[in-house]
Write a protein that binds this ligand. Sequence first.
Ligand code: HT7
Ligand code: ZN
Length: 847
Amino acid sequence: PETIYLSDYTAFPWTAKSVDLHFTLDPHATRVRSCIRFEPNPASPNGPESEMFLHGEKLKLIHAKIDGAPVTPTLTNEGLTIAVPSGSFTWEAEVEIDPANNTALEGLYMSGGMYCTQCEAEGFRKITYYPDRPDVMSVFSVTIDGPHPVLLSNGNPVVTSDNHAQWHDPWPKPAYLFALVAGDLIAHSGQFTTRSGRDVTLNLYVRPGDEGKCAFGMQALKDSMKWDEDVYGREYDLDLFNIVAVDDFNMGAMENKGLNIFNSSAVLASQETSTDLNFERIEAIIAHEYFHNWTGNRITCRDWFQLCLKEGLTVFRDSQFTADMRSEPVKRIGDVIDLRGRQFAEDQGPLAHPVRPESFQEINNFYTATIYEKGAEVIRMLKTLVGDQAYREALDLYFERHDGDAATIEDWLQVFEDTTGRDLSQFKRWYSQAGTPRVAVNEAWADGTLTLTFTQTLAPSATTADPQPQVIPLAVGLIGKDGREVASTQVLEMTQASQSFAFEGLTEAPVASILRGFSAPVVLDHPLSDAQRAHLLAHDTDPFNRWEAGRNLAQASLLDMIRTGVKPNAAYLAGLKTVVTDATLDPAYRALMMGLPSHSDLATALHDAGDIPDPEAIHTAVETMRTAQATDLAEHLEELYAAHQVSEAYQPDAAQSGARALANAALSLLSRNDGGALAQQQYASADNMTQQLSALGAAIRAGVGAPMLEQFQQQWRDDRLVMDKWFALQVVQAKPEDAAATAKALTEHADFNWKNPNRFRAVFGSLAMHHAGFHHGSGDGYRLLADWLIKLDPVNPQTTARMCSAFQTWKRYDPARQSLILEQVNQILTKPDLSRDTTEMLTRIAE
Ligand code: HT7
Ligand code: ZN
């Protein structure tokens, strides 16, 4: 496959002044007529050209015309080339497509009898011939004919009736934001008045039967619209905002202008069928897609190398929103757990790439944790460095200067330079250097002065051969021996490879609390004693670092247990008890405190320290630690459980969710002591999915879950989203030696619809996440996943390629596991006609 380079960027030689599309829907023979007015692009470096290339894939060309005269283009699998006049001209074409057989879920496809589209990144070329690149922005008018009551596209409606609709979107947009939906759908409607008085109709379209799962999503949308006005001054710009829920969808959701399309799992919610975590995720995704209206749609990306321009910024904005709606520290801790689990793992392995990559083969493979989550961390650092007010000024300038543009990271940084006068050339390395920097801390204490010396290192990688020092904001505070803060948070700006900062006038040596709030996405090597960590766990005034101290103690103890079989660290267990029973602390925060590093995080830590992780030993150590927690906290668990039962009507808000999280963390430990009796009780009386699923998980772990699993299936067999949970839970809770066999048995279940990405991920995403099960020495996990990826690839390359990342950590395991994994990777790679997506992923992984 061809490699595309950022350095090769050139502007498209024409601009598309207007685009008229006419769809005549038919499952196997949809006709798409297009009429596009092209004008020479003055910004094109080569001046007018005599031939035009338009992308197009899997299209049957019926006819084409230029300025009304029939033409015969040269066709390839990637598109067409046609001779064109030297000035402006009108291109017309009619093509036929087959949505019912479009299983890749890109372009126009069918899901449960409805038509829908997914055009980011390069799906529009499967709908019609077009310059399918984000810097070609145009005004779209769309006509849809088809035997359906609901016919939707972007923008505002011009004509809507059964079987016929016309839409006009006044805002110029790239083709990746085009959307069309048609079907027998029900609208859950709402209304929002913008701060300047524009009345906006809001609709959430769902399949009949799902009407009862819309209210929460609608409220989340209104909250997002209000928040973006209040915090960023951004107002909505159409008369209508539609969201559609679709069952077959490759990712979470898509921000098409005025017509967001959502994976039904990312929008449908009810107390009976959704957990508190589902509600929180739905709120965040609705916000994320809505926020794209400004950061992504009004200002889009010049090319796909700039993807973090919209994704990093929008993730950062949605994390601010969730922090405001719920709890800031709880959100931050959750985000950092996620970043370490997914992004740090990516950075450490063969798929490492900069936040702004410089080359790719298949752009779909770059919707990664690095672009999204590290991209958001980079913006968070920028805000920390310039301060809140300057950040807001820079953003105001960004929106003013670039509204309607297809912009770049240079444009983004320039607004910060212009508003603050800072030189951001060194900061820009965050966008170009792959890998996670490590920051080592050395402390020297003399004469009332604490000197902290930081040394940053970044390991060379395939894309960053000669790494240079980065700008690292280090938020630091000092905690005295009596537990009081002796120096409040200061942001130290590290710019050199090694740099010292002195804190003078201290009466005694304090404990330094470094990287408060996780002020930079780095690995901190701060050699503290167990006693110092316990001191921070008890007293740190920074909630993130207080949690971090507990996590570090737990991790250090687990690593010792894995290496030498010692018992769990008593200082950790004692510190945990104090925090967990401290009723002045937020229950959600205490629930997080009870968590442990994931198996995969421990494997990473072992690998970092030069050890070869043994998945079985990790599993055993974690189980031992959990049992130790259950024993150590035994006298408090029942009280914790009882004190956090919610008696009010169910609400998925932060307060109730936090109480349930703590009660269920207690239940999980209690079940180790009572054989699952309380879990059985909770299951029987649960009136919401959080309680039902937590109880089921605890009961399975206690060995008494089988009848409940059966009951669960009977209760929920008609609800596809809940059945995804049923599939996933069995794999997640399987013993390591049974995980692959459990997954295999589930693939034989009548409801295992492997072409549905949610169902496929429920089984195989869970298997890949089950560290000890997937990496079981038998190699059964690797073989099963590989066999199914081979089957899925011709049907849905995008989902197949994403799941290949399960193999990305192969180099850290022992030689036997390495060769078992490589055997499977190579087996997939040798399949004829393997997709470009999967080929690129596995080739990079195996390199
Ligand atoms: N901008 C979107 C990214 C995306 C996507 C979404 C659904 C299916 C396929 C997709 N390919 C790329 C989603 C977002 O970040 O908001
Ligand atoms: Zn996004």
